[in-house]
Design a binder for this molecule. Structure first.
Ligand code: SF4
Length: 218
């Protein structure tokens, strides 16, 4: 696709997305509008399916609706609440440490800056960008595996890692799409442009797509 095609591609995906279920972290952000809960649910979502992330987030928020409450919990209580998310023991320890640092060093407020967020153990660029974009509504581009894969298949970027894709998108993606691109491409990647054997024969943006790197499709 050419750089100019991005507008039509985003419009088509936005229309199609009405049929798709939003990612678990997006649902949390829409319902709660709370950066702390976006941060927690994003950490829970790493290497975990959405159908597990949503209920685990709810169970933890019932025990710990804010930074102060989470900082007071024991590791066992957090582990029990979030099981069976991936790496639940490690995540429980990280969440408690994050909450205690936020309480003790940040007055209980989650930072709204990517670099500040990256100072916390367990917070990578994906999580930091989601807190900034979904938690605070500030400009940022969250690049996860779906965004990275699809932007390369479409030929919009030519990159080898999500971090590289984030840099490339920051340089060329029109700002109006920064916050929304993660949601759209995660849903598109889960439902249509899947990692293995994407559904190219029925793809609504196929006329723009050179299918870079796609060996097998449906
Ligand atoms: Fe993905 Fe295939 Fe559509 Fe390209 S044509 S965006 S590879 S599903």
């Amino acid at each position: 696709m050419t750089d100019g095609d991005i507008h039509e591609v985003m419009v088509l995906l936005a229309e199609a997305s009405q049929e798709w279920v939003s990612p678990a972290v997006t649902i949390v952000s829409q319902r709660e509008g709370n950066p702390f809960k976006v941060l927690v649910s994003c950490i829970l979502s790493l290497r975990t399916q959405d159908r597990t992330t949503g209920p685990a987030s709810e169970r933890l928020f019932a025990l710990a609706p804010d930074v102060e409450a989470l900082a007071m919990l024991s590791a066992e209580m957090v582990e029990q609440a979030i099981f069976p998310v991936g790496f639940y023991r490690t995540k429980a320890a990280q969440l408690i440490e994050i909450a205690r640092r936020l309480r003790d060093e940040y007055g209980g407020r989650v930072p709204d800056d990517v670099d500040d967020l990256l100072e916390f153990k367990g917070v990578g660029r994906k999580t930091a960008n989601l807190v900034v974009t979904l938690g605070y509504g500030k400009p940022g581009i969250c690049v996860d595996t779906h965004v990275h894969r699809i932007c390369n298949r479409l030929g919009y970027v030519t990159t080898r890692s999500p971090d590289e894709t984030e840099r490339a998108l920051r340089a060329k993606l029109p700002r109006e799409y920064w916050i929304g691109i993660n949601d759209l491409l995660v849903m598109f990647g889960q439902n249509h442009c899947t990692p293995l054997s994407p559904r190219c024969s029925t793809c609504l943006v196929s006329r723009f797509c050179p299918r870079t790197g796609v060996a097998k499709s449906r």
